[in-house]
Design a protein around this ligand. Structure first.
Ligand code: NAI
Length: 303
């Protein structure tokens, strides 16, 4: 069973993506009475029309995550105008801490996939509060950033996004590190197809587009749903896919004591390996700026 805590826009979008991939039965949990039950019925009706046999249930009781192999956490607030990232971190930590204790109590062997923002700080809160080993607590941010980078690169190249392989690491936020120079197109290094200016432009587009989507529709939900479902599929099918995920570092990339996005191998044991790659000076500078921001954030959150 896969549990999704938080049945709002992102939680339900993840559920829909999981239904279409038929990975496992789903339970949606929310504190709003009736909401997860109503969403579960609506999603269940969609599943029946899609010919998917997964069962979808809704509950207001966190105890119902019992037995879940994966718990996806989308409960919490999104940043409102005038709210700093740090304000959001402190507010959402107040939601994520009790949820982490419930996950420890009711699903002690589960893998936790954090989605609530600020993503890296909330992954850290769940890691510290549950005390789970680090391979079982990770966050989705880089997959969403990657979908935006691929979108921007495909527009520049005028080719299918399916041909592009790339990675975005670092803080899920202002200091994301789009590794456009590592990208390939059908196996051909992208640096032989696009100029440095075009690559820098695409990276900048990927960085700025989140604010534009939020300004236009108030939130993002479909692309994060897809990013999470891809990670869940890698775990449930033990695919050992190389993806970027936020994870607790113990010296990798010269960093200790925070969670941040890095390339990992994702399989049935969760994070099975952290892959270290060479960063150039510019990438390193941006990555370390993310580390600085995150260290400041986690030191301000009472744990
Ligand atoms: P939303 O407001 O639509 O849904 C959040 C839900 O959480 C609400 O239904 C609320 O009742 C529920 N909730 C609050 N406290 C709870 C608790 N203790 N237990 C169970 N449910 C609880 O918000 P939306 O748009 O779904 O966003 C959710 C979070 O995901 C936000 O923090 C947002 O910033 C983040 N996000 C992260 C992304 C990523 O790439 N990591 C992408 C998009 C959003």
């Amino acid at each position: 069973m896969i549990a999704i805590i938080g049945s709002g826009r992102v939680g339900t979008s993840i559920a829909l993506q999981l239904i279409s991939r038929e990975l496992d039965d789903i339970i949606l949990v929310d504190i709003v009475k009736g909401l997860p039950q109503g969403e579960a019925l609506d999603l269940g009706h969609t599943a029946s029309e899609m010919g998917s046999d997964v069962s979808v249930k809704g509950s207001n009781d966190h105890a119902d995550i019992k037995g879940a192999q994966i718990v996806i956490v989308t409960a919490g607030l999104a940043r409102k105008p005038g709210m700093s990232r740090l304000d959001l971190a402190i507010k959402n930590a107040e939601i994520i801490k009790p949820i982490s204790l419930e996950m420890k109590r009711y699903a002690p062997n589960s893998k936790i996939l954090m989605v609530t923002n600020p993503l890296d700080a909330m992954t850290y809160v769940a890691f510290r509060t549950t005390g789970f080993p680090r391979n079982r607590v990770f966050g989705m941010g880089g997959m969403l950033d990657l979908s935006r980078l691929k979108y921007a690169l495909a527009l520049k190249l005028g080719i299918s996004r399916a041909s592009i392989r790339a990675l975005v690491i670092g803080e899920h936020g202002d200091n994301m590190v789009p590794l456009a120079r590592y990208a390939s197109v059908g196996g051909i290094p992208i640096t032989s197809l696009l100029s440095k200016n075009d690559l820098d432009d695409a990276a900048e587009d990927a960085r700025k587009i989140a604010a534009e989507v939020i300004a236009l529709k108030g939130a993002t939900n479909f692309a994060p749903g897809n990013g999470v479902a891809g990670m869940v599929e890698s775990i449930t099918r033990d695919r050992k896919t190389l993806v970027a995920a936020s994870t607790y570092l113990e010296g990798e990339y010269g960093v200790k004591g925070i969670c941040i996005g890095v390339p990992v191998i994702l399989g049935s044991n969760g994070i099975e390996k952290i892959v270290e790659i060479e960063l150039n000076e510019d990438e390193k500078r941006r990555f370390m700026e993310g580390v600085r921001v995150l260290k400041e954030a986690v030191s301000s959150i009472p744990l």
